[in-house]
Design a binder for this molecule. Structure first.
Ligand code: GLP
Length: 260
């Protein structure tokens, strides 16, 4: 894992946006794996701002989101379809017919999960997978004890995740209890991964992911097996790492090393 520690949240967003923009500049028809959550909102704002300034185009990009809530239609304000439209797609030149998310409101969500895997494969796989991290170490909605060999499927959400999601819904009962999520093995097939972790609330999860044993108890730790993963952390999210001096030594200020 390439660990880039930057001084502030703002610097982390710019660093992540630079990596996404470089990928798309090098390959305008890139397949991006996209994530949701509060962490991604300022990153998408930055990309939309670069688009408005004429420096970033998604016109040739195909995207696949990690997950969607079971039971929510795309126009539900709590759905990830809605989130993506508002946060990124409607603010850039992303083609709607090239933007894929699992459908949560289908009659057979299990079949939808299988079909989603097939759609990703047909597109040639993901070039760059964006990831956030849950406070319990989840990626996508792969909650702790998810199989490290898992594929796209339905997961039951933990109490911790339900609590984290509560602000986005009107009542406790409205918070979805299930999600369709790309599996850990599906995520690891991306050619490169970029995980963004911001704030003190992510410090334990970041430490377990980077320096803990690889374990289903911290699903993000499976990224230790991925050969091309970059992790960008602000100082707060990096505060519980043990080898911080080394990460700063290799990547001063979060910059590339001589041999990157
Ligand atoms: C949800 C998403 C994850 C995301 C996580 C963290 O569970 N399914 O992809 O990483 O939230 O969200 P936040 O960035 O709001 O902390």
């Amino acid at each position: 894992m390439k660990i880039l520690i930057v001084p502030t949240k703002e610097a982390a967003i710019v660093r992540a946006a630079d990596i996404v923009a470089a990928e798309v500049a090098a390959k305008p028809d890139a397949v991006l794996g996209l994530a949701t959550g509060g962490t991604m909102v300022p990153l998408y704002e930055e990309l939309a701002q670069r688009h408005r300034a004429g420096n970033f185009s998604m016109a040739g990009v195909t995207s696949f989101n990690l997950d969607e809530y079971v039971g929510l239609a795309p126009d539900h304000p709590g759905s990830y379809h809605h989130y993506m439209a508002e946060a990124l797609f409607d603010l850039t030149d992303m083609r709607k017919d090239h933007a894929h998310l699992p459908r949560g409101d289908v009659a057979d969500p299990k079949a939808e999960a299988l079909a989603y895997e097939a759609r990703i494969a047909k597109a040639g796989g993901v070039d760059l997978q964006l990831l956030g991290i849950g406070q319990n170490g989840h990626i996508g909605f792969n909650e702790p004890t998810s199989s490290l060999g898992s594929r796209t499927r339905i997961k039951t959400l933990t109490d911790s995740t339900l609590r984290a999601n509560r602000p986005y819904f009107d009542s406790d009962d409205a918070v979805p209890k299930y999600a369709i999520t790309m599996g850990i093995a599906s995520i690891l097939e991306a050619r490169t991964c970029l995980l963004l972790g911001l704030g003190e609330a992510k410090a334990d999860a970041a430490a377990a992911m980077i320096e803990g044993p690889m374990s289903a108890m911290c699903p993000a730790s499976a990224l230790q097996m991925h050969p091309q993963t970059t992790v960008i952390l602000d100082e707060a999210a990096a505060s519980k790492l043990q080898l911080t001096d080394y990460y700063h030594h290799v990547h001063p200020g979060g910059q590339e090393s001589e041999y990157s």
